[in-house]
Every structure is written in structure tokens, then in C-alpha cells.
Design a protein around this ligand. Structure first.
Ligand code: DAH
Length: 351
């Protein structure tokens, strides 16, 4: 091997042995094998050599080039491994002696109360229905006897979507679809429509102890021949006595206006937090508005494909959030959505 080549070889080997990082290795590669690198430069000397010399010289330079490439590749693998081991060793070790968190999960009070109500209504022969949270204006308002520009729309501050749909402000939005789903069985087979549909509702409301912009309701409807207010009162009373496990719970009915029922009522129960004396949760009245209800308006039945001359029905819109507050003595609605696991864990034994 030519002296020049030998000198380059030992310089390369000495420099390579000093490399300690991938960045340094890359710089070395450029310095020897790059376009202006010294090994590459050796080939430029070929012009001054005889043909015979050129053959050996060329072969030797190529040999050195291959040797350098292989050595660099080998070094790269070793350095990568070294860096990976350094990273692994930098991970802190686990302390196996720290006591484990043994507190199990728990159901949210609204889930508990919803399940309880579902169980009660199922035992009375009601179907449980699920419904979308995004609905049309027709479902939420028009099919419920609330035409465009009707003043009753002001009762519910609605979140509209860009596409004209909206976040349902009330579970009543499912009524029309339920009537259409079951009307044939009612008309042809004489099967009463009995359904409940729990769901999340949204209104653009300012938050206080009794209001949140997101809350849970459970709508219920019953349609058949000769359904009367007596059926409504019986169903509500049975349900509330079971939920509160209190057959002496006080309820009162007041007239209430809702465009989709006639007559309409407000069903109140005595405040379970203060026992009826008056507190901020019941706005110091001793009563909590729990469940608006009424006899389904003839227009709403017709819109659902049911002849109001032949059939009648009742509907109610139970406030599940409010019901959970009363059942569990939660004073502020915001506590339910606060996400504190400790406060939610109190309800875990109830299931
Ligand atoms: N959807 C009404 C609301 O959220 C509540 C309601 C009132 C539902 C009367 C009913 C009903 O089914 O009959 O304000």
C-alpha cells in the first residue's frame, strides 16, 4: 500500500477511536468520505501516476474506502446501543413499598338515580329508549306544538349548530320519533305506548346552585285508549315513593304551561335537603320543582300519527339531576359535575 494511503488509514483509525457520539461520527464521515473528504481526495492524485501504478493505487484507495465505511457503520451501531442503554438507566426505578390506592371506582349519583328509575318503570312495563343529543328543530320544537317564533321558545335558551340542528334542550325532543315508532302496534295490535327516554340536555343558562348548562332528564310517555290524569298521578307517585324509599313523601301538583301538554302541571316534592323549612337549594320555598307533566296535546299526538279522537296519553319530564340532588342531599348542582372522586365515592354503596 502506498505511503500516502497508509498514512490516511492510520489517521482515520486514530480519529475513529476518539469518537464518542453519533454527531462526532457524522462529522468524521464527512471529513474522510464526504465530497471534499481526505479519502475521496486520494483518488484525485491518480492523474500523476503511470497506468501500472494506477491499478494498484486505485484498488488500495477503494479498499481503504470500504474499510472506512464498514468501520463507521459498526461504530454507529455501537454508539446507538450505548445511547439507548444510557436512556434506560436514566429512568427512575419504582418504589415498590409505596402503599397502593385501594379505593375502587363508584357510580355517579345521576347514573344511580337513573338506573333506579329505569328499574321502577321497567317493572311497570315501560320500554327504555335511547335518543340522539343532536336533534332537529322539528323534533325539539315544531313536532311539540312549538312553531317558529312561538314565545314558548324563549323558555329554553338553545345552542344551535352551524348546520341548523341543535343540542336538545329537553328529552321531549324524542317524543315524536317514539310515537311514530310504536303507533302501528298501538293502532293495529292495541298495544299501549309506554316508554321512558333518559338523556342529557343542554341550555345556555347561567350557572347557580340549581342550574347548569348541561343536565339530565328522563322523559316518559304513556298513550292508549282512556289514559287519564289518574294514570299520570299513579305512575308518578309509585315512582317517587320507590326512589325515595318513603311512602309519606309530600308531593303537590300545580298548573303549569307547556305547549305540548293540555292540561299541564308542575309536580313538586317537599325539599329533601331542608325537610321543607326553606334553604338556598329550594329557593327558600320548601318545595322543589321536580317533574313537569301533563296530558299530551292533541296536536302532538296527530303529529306523531296518532288520532287524538281515539287515544289519549300523559307525558312527564323528570329532572334526573335535580332528583339525584334531592335523593343524596347534594346542595349545589355544581358538586355533581366537579369530578371530585372523593365526593363521588360516598355514593358507591348505594347500588
Ligand atoms: N320538556 C320540558 C322542559 O324541559 C319538561 C316537560 C314538561 C316535559 C311537561 C313533559 C311535559 O313531558 O309533559 O322544560
Amino acid at each position: 500500500m502506498n505511503d500516502l494511503i497508509l498514512a490516511q488509514k492510520s489517521a482515520f483509525e486514530s480519529d475513529l477511536s476518539k469518537v464518542t457520539s453519533i454527531t462526532e461520527l457524522e462529522a468524521l464521515k464527512v471529513a474522510y468520505l464526504g465530497k471534499k473528504g481526505t479519502i475521496t481526495g486520494l483518488l484525485k492524485n491518480m492523474g500523476s501516476l503511470s497506468n501500472e501504478e494506477k491499478k494498484d493505487y486505485g484498488r488500495d484507495v477503494n479498499e481503504l474506502k470500504n474499510l472506512a465505511q464498514d468501520a463507521i457503520a459498526e461504530k454507529l451501531t455501537a454508539l446507538k446501543e450505548q445511547e439507548m442503554m444510557a436512556e434506560i438507566n436514566a429512568v427512575p426505578t419504582f418504589d415498590m413499598d409505596i402503599p397502593a390506592n385501594t379505593q375502587g371506582g363508584s357510580y355517579h349519583p345521576i347514573t344511580l338515580v337513573q338506573r333506579k328509575c329505569e328499574e321502577i318503570f321497567r317493572s311497570m312495563g315501560f320500554n327504555i329508549e335511547d335518543y340522539s343529543e343532536i336533534v332537529t328543530d322539528y323534533e325539539c320544537f315544531e313536532s311539540l306544538n312549538i312553531p317558529k317564533f312561538h314565545p314558548a321558545r324563549d323558555m329554553q335558551d338553545t345552542y344551535y349548530l352551524d348546520n341548523g340542528q341543535l343540542l336538545k334542550t329537553q328529552t321531549s325532543a324524542a317524543q315524536n320519533a317514539i310515537y311514530k315508532k310504536y303507533k302501528d302496534a298501538l293502532i293495529n295490535e292495541g298495544k299501549p305506548i309506554k316508554a321512558i327516554f333518559p338523556g342529557r340536555c343542554f341550555r345556555n343558562e347561567a350557572t347557580d346552585a340549581c342550574h347548569e348548562n348541561t343536565f339530565f332528564q328522563m322523559e316518559g310517555v304513556m298513550v292508549d285508549k282512556d289514559i287519564s290524569i289518574a294514570n299520570l298521578i299513579y305512575s308518578m307517585k309509585t315512582m317517587l315513593a320507590e326512589v325515595f324509599d318513603n311512602y309519606d313523601l309530600k308531593v303537590r301538583l300545580r298548573p303549569g304551561f307547556f305547549p305540548f301538554v293540555e292540561p299541564g302541571f308542575e309536580l313538586d316534592i317537599s325539599c329533601q335537603i331542608c325537610g321543607g323549612v326553606g334553604c338556598p337549594s329550594c329557593k327558600h320555598s320548601g318545595w322543589l320543582e321536580l317533574c313537569p307533566c301533563g296530558m299530551i296535546h292533541p296536536n302532538v299526538l296527530s303529529e306523531g300519527g296518532i288520532d287524538p279522537e281515539k287515544y289519549t296519553g300523559f307525558a312527564f319530564g323528570l329532572g334526573l339531576t335535580r332528583l339525584a340532588m334531592m335523593k343524596y342531599g347534594v346542595k349545589d348542582i355544581r358538586d355533581l359535575n366537579g369530578g371530585s372522586l372523593n365526593s363521588l365515592a360516598q355514593f358507591s354503596d348505594d347500588e
